[in-house]
Design a binder for this molecule. Sequence first.
Ligand code: SF4
Length: 367
Amino acid sequence: MTEFGPPMHAAPKPSEAPVVVAAPERHDWTVDEAEALLDLPFNDLLFSAQRGHRARFDPNLIQLSTLLSIKTGGCSEDCGYCSQSAHHETTLERERLLELNQVLDAARAARAVGSSRFCMGAAWRNPTEKNLERVLAMVEGVKALGMETCVTLGMLTAGQAQRLADAGLDYYNHNLDTSPEFYGQVISTRTYQDRLETLDHVRAAGLKTCSGGILGMGEGRRDRASMLCQLANLPAHPESVPINLLVQIEGTPLFGTDALDPFELVRTIAAARLMMPGSYVRLSAGRDDMSDELQALCFLAGANSVFYGERLLTTDNAGSDRDRALFGRLGLAFETVEAPDRAEPGGCHRHTNDHDRARSPRVEQAR
Ligand code: SF4
C-alpha cells in the first residue's frame, strides 16, 4: 500500500498477461493501408505494434549483429547517402579487401562480446568471381566459429547466390533503400528492379533475406509507406528488416538534408512490425546520434535487433558499453548463438519463435 492507498487494480504479472493472437502474414498491402498505419495516433500505433510484437517474440529480447567493412570505398555506384561512392568527395580512405585472418579475428571479437551474427560488407556494385572466392572462404571461416553469417556485396547473379548458400551463408543483405517513387532522387546507377532481382536470386538460393531502407533522405511519409509495402509484398517477408536513419556525411549529395522528426522513425518501425510480424526489425544506422529515450521507444515499437559494436561500415555506432548500460536499464536481454567451443551443457535457453527454436539461441542478460 502507498500513502495514496491500495491501487485500484494491480498490474498483471507477465505470466498472467493476456495471450495475444499473432496476426497472419499478408503480402497484399496497399500504400494507402500502410500510410493509414503511419497516420494513426502515436499511442494507438505503438500499442498495436507492441501487441503484435508480443504475439511472436519475447518483447525483452534483442538480437545483436556486428558489421565489418571487408572492403571499403571506391564503389562505382552513386548512392547519394554513401561515403564509399567514388562519385562523391568524402574524406574516406579506400581500403583493399581484408585478409581472411583479419576477418576471423574481428568475428571472434564480436562473438566474445555477445554478437550472434557477423555481417560483412563490401563496397562493390557486384562481386567479381575472384573476390567472391575470397568471401566464400570468409563465410566458411565465420560459420566455423558458430556464428550466423551475413554478407552484403551488391548485386548478385543467381549462380553467385547459390555459391554463397553452398558455402553456408545464412543471410544476404540487399536494401531497397526507399520507395520506388523516391528512388531516382537517391541513386541513378542501378534500378529498383535490379534490387528486386537480386532479392529474387537470394530467395531462390534458399538464403535468408535482410532488406530494409533508410529514412531521413528527404522522402515523405507516403514514400516510407510505399517502401514498407515493397518489403511486405515480397513473396516472403525478409527475415531481417534494417531500418536506418540517414547519417549525414559531408561530401555526399544528401548532406544537409532536413533532419527527420524522430517520431517518424518510431512510427516506421511500428508499421514495419505490424506489416512484417515475424521479421526481426533492426534499428540500424544512426543509433549513435539517438538518445536512449528514442531507442527505448523504437524497442517499444517492435525493433528487436541492433548492430552492436563501435563501428558500422564507415560510420560510428553506439558503443557496446553504452548498449549494455541501456539494455540493463531497460531490462533487455540479448540472444547469442552457442558457439561449438563454448557451449554450456544444460545452459539456459529461451526460444522466441519457430525460427529461433531451430537454432537454440542462448540468452544473456545485458547487465
Ligand atoms: S551504398 Fe553500397 S552500392 Fe551504394 S555507393 Fe555505397 S557501397 Fe556502393
